[in-house]
Design a protein. Structure first.
Length: 101
């Protein structure tokens, strides 16, 4: 979104980020009801922890992007949000691989 020139498109993308955030929470709530005790629970809890670590970085990114401070938003994205997001994705992939085995 930070490469878009049209301010309307940027705002639409920011809204999509927020919608996705809500959707992910709904999915996690549904998946949690099916998680088996033991290793599967540990892996799911790792997702929850990684997401909790990621969300403050996303919040900071959104705060700056909402104000139109795209330079700072980009810095936050590259320096903290993206690394935390990668850890979250890794936790989700590990959980998925465990469930699919």
């Amino acid at each position: 979104m930070l490469v878009l020139d049209d301010e309307k498109q940027v705002k639409e993308e920011l809204a999509s980020v927020r919608q996705n955030r809500d959707h992910v929470q709904e999915l996690l709530t549904r998946v949690e009801k099916t998680v088996a005790p033991g290793r599967e629970r540990e892996l799911f809890d790792a997702i929850v922890a990684a997401r909790a670590a990621y969300l403050p970085h996303e919040d900071e990114f959104l705060k700056h992007a909402d104000k139109g401070d795209y330079s700072t938003a980009k810095d936050v994205l590259l320096k903290s949000a993206r690394p935390a997001q990668l850890k979250l994705q890794e936790a989700m992939e590990t959980f998925d691989q465990y469930r699919c085995r």
